[in-house]
Structure formats: structure tokens, C-alpha cells
Design a protein around this ligand. Structure first.
Ligand code: AHR
Length: 339
């Protein structure tokens, strides 16, 4: 794909100050004549755009939906050869760094990265920049200069967590004794969700944080942590779970303690998976904020814009919605909004 890289070399990497262009208006392909009209790059000679996807791999309902959405968008019919590289485990950054380096060495046209850690990516990103391979972040941010990647595509974690905090302040006008179940430590989304929730309850009176602990995005750990919390804090009123699986685990802990989730202890979660919507419909969860995983088309647009040398917004925000009652949850399930 030499022509494409030359074009990219001429344009250079999109800097942080790049003007935002509506992705809807971006040219599809914009390559050496191979645009197949679907935006991809099935060149006249049938050459596909090679996309290296440094992924997390099997982790939970949200991850499965998000990675499938990327696979569904970057098809050969759309002009892409997607090379999927899941991490050895959801916390194994080394396997991701190795896969990233392999993609650079193989001279893929573009790299998609969903990082298992926020830090430790500078060298990899500089390697890609030297090789004139654009990098697009999916979901998770990284602690590196945004000159080293084209864009980050994700829902706004601060805003999504802010909707949880706003709901909590409305639900507990006198405040509450609460506990936060966090995702895997060191992730951008964990810090952003804490930031958004804390900002939303700031200034509201009566909010007593019993504590926070990682449950590593899993239901088992969410249950285990809240079982311990309840033994030591029988006055727990509210749990902010940073994803659905941990929240569902927390609800199981509340039930195991002889209490009623949704009444004795309310639980709010982020993601919007079908099991969470079902738990909300059943009253076991009290609030679910969708963290929309379906941004494959946005990723395709961003790839095509980057390879065409067009400017791309540094942060592409994926919209979502919230669900605050059993009726809203059931309606969402009926409308197929779960995943
Ligand atoms: O980075 C997104 C988070 O990772 C999701 O909220 C969670 O379910 C996943 O493990």
C-alpha cells in the first residue's frame, strides 16, 4: 500500500490541533484508485486494506459485543483484511505489545488498539509513527501524546459515569453510604468513570464513601467484595459498579446476605448488556447506563479518513442512553437494545 503511506507521509500525522471534520463527510478509501465504493480499499488489483487489531479478547458481554462489531465492520467485502490479535488475557499487556510490534513489522496499513493498560504504549506508538502506520484507539485511552495516534473512539466515560451520579443524587436526596466496584486497575476508563461519578455527587450532602475496590470486571469478584463489605458495613445503601458483571455480582451478594437488592441496597452499573437489563427489569439492579459498544462504522470511517490524509477528530464520542426503571429495561430488551 505504498501510495497510501506516501500520502500519509506527505500529510503527516494528524496533530492534536487538527480541525474536526464530520466523519460522515469523509471520503471513503481515497487511495490509489482502489476505492470499491464501500469505503474500504479493495484496490483495482483487489488489494485490501490490512488492519491490525490489537484487541483485549474474551472478557465479558461488553467486550464480546464491541469486538464483534469491529469484525462485522472490517470485512473483506468492505475492502479490509482484518487481522485480529486478542491479548493472552484481559490484563496481559505484553502480548498486546508483541502483537503491535508484529503488525508494524508486517507493515499493516493501520492499527486498531484497545489497550489492556493505559501506560506503557509510548515506544509502540513511536514505532508505528516511524513506520507511517496510523493508530486508532478503540474504547480505552492511553497515557501518551495524542500526536502519536489519530483518534480515540469511545463513549464518553466521564459523562456516562456522570449520569450514574446524577441518578444517585436524585434517588438519595439525603445522600447514601456507598461503595464503588472498579474495573481493572490502571485503565483509563476506570479513572474516567470515577471522575464522572465523583463530579456528579460533589456538593450533594450526606454522601459517605465506605470504600472502593477492584473486582476486575467480573461477577464473581463483585459478589465476593460486596459480601465482605456488607459484613463490615451493614448500613451500605448504594453500590456504583463500573460494569454490569460486577453489579450483577453485587446483587447476588446482597441477596446472599438476606437483603433485597433494589430495596435495601440499590446498585447502578455501566454497559447495558442484556443480563443487566434483565436484572434491572427484575428489580435487582436500579440503574444501567449504556456504554455503547457498536462503533464499527465509526472506526471504518476514521480508518478511511486517516488513510486518505483527512483530518480526524481526536476524540470521537459514541452516544448512548440510560435505563432507570424495570419498565425502561423491559422496553429496551423488547427493542433489541441489549447485547
Ligand atoms: O473498557 C470498557 C469496559 O471494559 C467495559 O465497561 C467493561 O465491561 C469491559 O470489561
Amino acid at each position: 500500500m505504498a501510495n497510501k503511506k506516501r500520502m500519509l507521509g506527505l500529510i503527516g500525522f494528524v496533530g492534536a490541533g487538527a480541525l474536526a471534520l464530520g466523519l460522515a463527510g469523509c471520503a471513503g478509501g481515497g487511495n490509489d484508485g482502489g476505492d470499491n465504493g464501500d469505503g474500504g480499499n479493495a484496490g483495482g488489483d483487489g488489494e485490501l486494506t490490512t488492519v491490525g487489531f490489537v484487541a483485549v479478547g474474551p472478557e465479558g458481554g461488553w467486550r464480546n459485543a464491541n469486538e464483534q462489531a469491529i469484525k462485522d465492520a472490517f470485512t473483506q467485502d468492505a475492502g479490509f483484511d482484518l487481522k485480529y490479535a486478542p491479548a493472552a488475557s484481559p490484563t496481559d499487556q505484553k502480548s498486546q505489545i508483541d502483537a503491535f510490534a508484529t503488525f508494524v513489522n508486517d507493515e499493516v496499513d493501520v492499527i486498531l488498539l484497545t489497550a489492556t493498560e493505559a501506560s506503557g504504549w509510548e515506544d509502540s506508538l513511536e514505532l508505528a509513527q516511524e513506520a507511517e502506520i496510523p493508530v486508532i484507539l478503540l474504547d480505552r485511552g492511553v497515557d501518551a501524546s495524542d500526536d502519536l495516534y489519530v483518534t480515540r473512539i469511545a463513549p464518553d466515560n466521564v459523562n456516562v459515569a456522570g449520569t450514574v451520579g446524577e441518578w444517585a443524587v436524585e434517588t438519595f436526596p439525603e445522600g447514601a453510604n456507598y461503595f464503588t466496584l472498579e474495573g481493572v486497575p490502571g485503565l483509563s476508563v476506570v479513572n474516567e468513570r470515577n471522575e464522572g461519578f465523583d463530579a456528579a455527587i460533589e456538593g450533594a450532602s450526606g454522601w459517605n464513601k465506605i470504600g472502593a475496590q477492584t473486582a476486575n470486571w467480573t461477577a464473581d469478584e463483585g459478589k465476593s467484595v460486596i459480601e465482605t463489605v456488607l459484613k463490615e458495613n451493614p448500613d451500605l445503601q448504594f453500590v456504583f459498579a463500573q460494569n454490569d458483571e460486577m453489579g450483577i455480582g453485587a446483587a447476588a451478594a446482597v441477596t446472599a446476605a438476606g437483603l433485597v437488592p433494589g430495596e435495601d441496597v440499590k446498585i447502578a452499573t455501566i454497559d447495558g448488556t442484556t443480563p443487566a437489563l434483565e436484572a434491572l427489569a427484575a428489580g435487582e439492579l436500579s440503574f444501567v447506563a449504556q456504554y455503547n459498544p457498536f462503533f464499527g462504522d465509526l472506526a471504518v470511517d476514521a480508518v478511511n479518513s486517516a488513510l486518505a490524509g483527512d483530518s480526524v477528530e481526536k476524540n470521537i464520542i459514541v452516544p448512548g442512553e440510560t435505563f432507570d426503571s424495570p419498565e425502561a429495561a423491559q422496553a429496551a430488551i423488547d427493542e433489541g437494545k441489549g447485547f
